[in-house]
Design a protein around this ligand. Structure first.
Ligand SMILES: Cc1cc2nc3c(=O)[nH]c(=O)nc-3n(C[C@H](O)[C@H](O)[C@H](O)COP(=O)(O)O)c2cc1C
Length: 380
């Protein structure tokens, strides 16, 4: 029988899926829907000290942006959803009621500007029964907390509250690894890597920012790679657990985060786009992967890929593979020749193309060939 349970910030979760702080976790009703759909834990929509965003969300505040870049395309959920409309007392009350109604852990998520508010708000969260408090750095503000500022907040809170203090790192840091190490040193109980990137899109007709007229949070399937890259480096180096957050699109992505060394995985965008029911699918996909490999517990494979990440000196630089074009499948379009900076592709009599000696085995032509006529073969 499969056991998906995990430990995060000293709390036991029935499975590693944490529904991340967003509108989908803004009220007790939505938190309950996340629990009923199978989530292992929930993180409540952020409570802000700053009163400006408490007023409400601009309309609209969500946009799906599709872009093309050559043969590549990317999609982004571009959003400017504000913080919880609740003040600190009302937020604590909602949290307290959520704790009574739900059986899974409920994390608070707080973002303040002054030490006094950090202390007061987090004490309120503790009294309300929060299983931990995420220390958030808003990606929308003009000022993103630096690693040093995050450390100061964690140090302050560790001297103030007894519930787990969980910094949620902004992705814009000089060295997330260094910041993670320092946050552990000042007493962080766990880390979330990461909040969203902040970005901008411009309408070339109006020559102005799109949607609400400012910068926005953005993320999509592509964000996962950034998250994995830093989870792989930080999780094995720390003794506190790391929760991956960003770009998780299904069970396989959850497995990737666990293989990278994460103890839990936050999901927001997927639930926003598909509804709470998607959590069941994610869990099913992750379970099927484990079953197919004969794993019964997460600890049997957690961090396995992290141990296999090669360093600069270990990576093989031999020319082991080169491209080869199938004469039968080549339509003679010449796309491979156009993009080959090594001039390794030559045209044969009859309009077909062939890979010559100059091929360094970069592998790019395999992906641009519209006929899937190119493969990699051992270099002679
Ligand atoms: C619409 C929206 C609102 C969000 N609001 C918050 C928030 O209030 N507090 C917070 O810490 N993170 C917030 N986030 C970030 C998510 O909690 C999560 O860390 C991030 O979106 C990455 O995960 P994802 O790619 O699964 O969405 C929000 C994300 C979205 C998309």
């Amino acid at each position: 029988v499969l056991d998906l349970s995990t430990s995060f910030a000293g709390v036991r979760l029935r499975n590693p899926i944490v529904v991340a702080a967003a509108g989908i976790t803004g009220t007790i009703d939505r938190l309950k829907r996340a629990e009923d759909a199978g989530a292992g834990a929930v993180s409540m929509k952020s409570l802000f000290e700053n009163p400006i965003p408490r007023v409400g969300d601009p309309t609209p505040h969500m946009l799906v942006i599709r872009r093309r870049l050559g043969s590549l395309s990317s999609e982004t959920l571009y959003s400017y959803e504000q913080c919880s409309a609740f003040d600190e007392e009302r937020y604590a009350e909602e949290l307290h009621r959520a704790k009574q109604a739900l059986s899974i852990p409920v994390f608070a998520n707080v973002d303040c500007q002054t030490p006094e508010a950090w202390v007061r708000y987090c004490r309120l969260m503790e009294e309300a029964g929060a299983d931990g408090v995420e220390v958030k750095s808003c990606p929308h503000g003009e000022h993103l907390l630096t690693g040093t500022e995050l450390q100061e907040v964690v140090r302050l809170l560790k001297g103030t509250v007894n519930i787990p203090v969980i910094p949620k790192l902004p992705p814009q840091l000089t060295s997330p690894y260094q910041t993670a190490r320092e946050l552990e040193r000042v007493g962080a109980d766990a880390l979330v890597l990461f909040n969203r990137f902040t970005g901008l899109d411009i309408d070339v007709h109006t020559e102005s920012p799109v949607m609400h007229g400012g910068v926005a949070g953005h993320g999509g399937p592509w964000s996962l790679h950034y998250v994995l890259r830093w989870v792989v480096q930080t999780a094995p180096a720390l003794s506190i657990p790391v929760c991956a957050s960003g770009g998780v699109g299904g069970g396989e992505d959850v497995i990737k985060c666990l293989l990278a060394g994460a103890s839990a995985v936050q999901i927001a965008t997927l639930v926003i786009l598909e509804g709470y029911g998607v959590i069941g699918r994610v869990l099913k996909e992750a379970s099927e992967w484990m079953e197919a490999r004969g794993y019964h517990r997460l600890e049997q494979f957690r961090g396995r890929a992290a141990a296999r990440v090669l360093n600069l000196a270990e990576i093989c630089r031999e020319r082991r593979l080169v491209a080869s074009i199938s004469a039968e499948r080549c339509s003679g379009c010449g796309r491979c020749g156009e993009i080959c900076i090594y001039r390794a592709v030559t045209e044969e009599a009859g309009g077909r193309f062939r890979v010559g000696e100059g091929c360094v085995g970069c592998g790019l032509c395999v992906h641009v060939c519209p006929e899937t006529a190119i493969g990699m073969v051992p270099a002679r």
